[in-house]
Ligand binder design. Structure first.
Ligand code: HEM
Length: 426
């Protein structure tokens, strides 16, 4: 769809979700603060405006934004009281103390306590075992492809990040399936439309019980894992994390770290399959892989948008946004803003754009960015070592909703370095 034929944006329209970029361009040019009256949402799409919003937590509250997310962003279309009743416990639980849903000063304290465990240096210590885990999953991908059924998502990009988080948290690998199910049920809420709130609440409860027990065990008997480290760091600071804070933080890691990284790897495969020469270039010059990861993040952001709620009336581009409004910050649109990036719709490994905001900006800048970057680099390095050609054999099944962008499944064909062609017949 050409940008000049667009006269609006429906964030829940599957056709626009499939390729939102022309509509983003239209909004950036024609309506940088666009009011979606069907859903009572304010959409912000220019780079400078997105940065401005996320850097002003005293006006644009994450707590209010996340509360709205929990009740459904497409609330304007919902009349079901039952839905609102079901999400109430979820809203209550999130209101407690979840980092991503907190505003200063609460956010400042909690973020300080968890920061140390996520520095690039600390995360770098995990490189060796993450690489082994990646290799193991990649071999599985190649093995299932031998009978022609490789799904880049199902066989690689979802199990790999789940296992990394499980390993970091010291969770038994036998619980991998439960982990994925819990994560999927909660992330369903990010899909907005049609989220199964009852399922999300059930999974949330199961997760809380699970982590409650795991944390109590670590308090009694510390191990060499992230949970024990968080407990130890907080005690060292003489400011222990409460059990609620610990539990909710672990839940957040699971939810924030899985689907997002899966989407990064899925969006990366789409680029490799559709942009001639990129895989070949990365195979020839693996030192360009970190730059390729950054460009994938910019070009097709795994988190397209997140909400904020206004704590006071505010004017942006001459548009008045009332108090208690929900503003959707479109990181995915900002990363394609021609005011910030030259020729933004072109994928260019050599662009050197370190100013993309795929990990957000300001106080909520993604805590897991060093880990996501490491996983992205290791996955691409592993792919480049094993594979000389990739091809999508069918259209990927996209993720739902306007907030996350990736695929639920992606049938592929790979030509390996042994010259074998592995095919998916789906
Ligand atoms: C490519 C992968 C990822 C992307 C694109 C991504 C994106 C984001 C974005 C845009 C935010 C900002 C939220 C906001 O402003 O409201 C964020 C926050 C966060 N992310 Fe990530 N993320 C990724 C991977 C991860 C991983 C692997 C983890 C953890 C293991 C993680 C943990 C978090 C946490 C805890 C926050 C909240 C930080 C805070 O509120 O201070 N993320 N992420």
């Amino acid at each position: 769809m050409a940008a000049n034929t667009i006269v609006g944006f429906d964030p829940f329209d599957p056709e626009q979700i499939a390729d939102p970029y022309p509509a983003y361009r239209w909004m950036r040019d024609q309506a940088p603060v666009y009011y979606d009256d069907a859903n009572d949402l304010w959409l912000v799409t220019r780079y400078d405006d997105c940065v401005k919003v996320v850097r002003d937590p005293s006006t644009f509250s994450s707590k209010l934004g996340m509360r709205r997310l929990m009740t459904g962003l497409d609330l304007g279309r919902r009349t079901s009281q039952q839905f609102a009743d079901t999400v109430e416990p979820l809203q209550y639980l999130t209101d407690l103390r979840m980092l991503i849903a907190m505003d200063p000063p609460d956010h400042v304290r909690l973020r300080r306590l968890v920061n140390r465990a996520f520095t690039p240096k600390h995360i770098g210590l995990s490189e060796d075992w993450i690489r082994s885990l990646c290799e193991e999953h990649f071999e599985h991908l190649l093995a299932v492809d031998a009978d022609g059924r490789a799904d880049w998502v199902g066989d690689f990009t979802w199990p790999f990040p789940v296992m990394v988080i499980a390993e970091l948290l010291g969770i038994p690998t036998s619980l991998k399936r439960d982990f994925k199910r819990w994560s999927d049920d909660l992330i369903g809420l990010f899909g907005g439309k049609g989220a199964d709130a009852e399922l999300a609440v059930t999974s949330f409860m199961e997760l809380l019980a699970f982590f409650d027990e795991a944390i109590a065990r670590r308090r009694a008997e510390p191990a060499d894992d992230l949970i024990s480290m968080l407990i130890h760091n907080a005690e060292e600071e003489d400011e222990p994390l409460s059990s609620d804070e610990m539990v909710l933080f672990c839940v957040l890691l699971l939810v924030a770290g899985n689907e997002t990284t899966t989407n990064l790897l899925s969006n990366g495969m789409k680029v490799l399959a559709s942009t001639p020469g990129v895989l070949e270039r990365l195979r020839r010059q693996p030192t360009a892989i970190p730059a390729a990861v950054e460009e994938i993040l910019r070009y097709d952001a795994p988190v397209q948008a997140l909400p904020r709620g206004t704590k006071q009336p505010i004017e942006l581009h001459g548009t008045s946004i009332p108090v208690a409004s929900t503003v959707l910050v479109f990181f995915g649109a900002a990363n394609r803003d021609e005011r910030q990036f030259r020729d933004p719709d072109r994928f260019d490994v050599d662009r050197g754009a370190t100013d993309h905001i795929a990990f957000g900006n300001g106080i909520h800048l993604c805590l897991g960015a060093p880990l996501a970057r490491l996983e992205g680099r290791i996955a691409l390095e592993t792919l480049c070592r094993h594979v000389t050609e990739v091809e999508l054999t069918a259209a990927p099944v996209p993720t739902e909703g306007p907030l996350l962008r990736g695929a639920r499944s992606m049938p592929i064909t790979l030509r390996t370095t042994q010259g074998e062609r592995l095919t998916n017949h789906d």
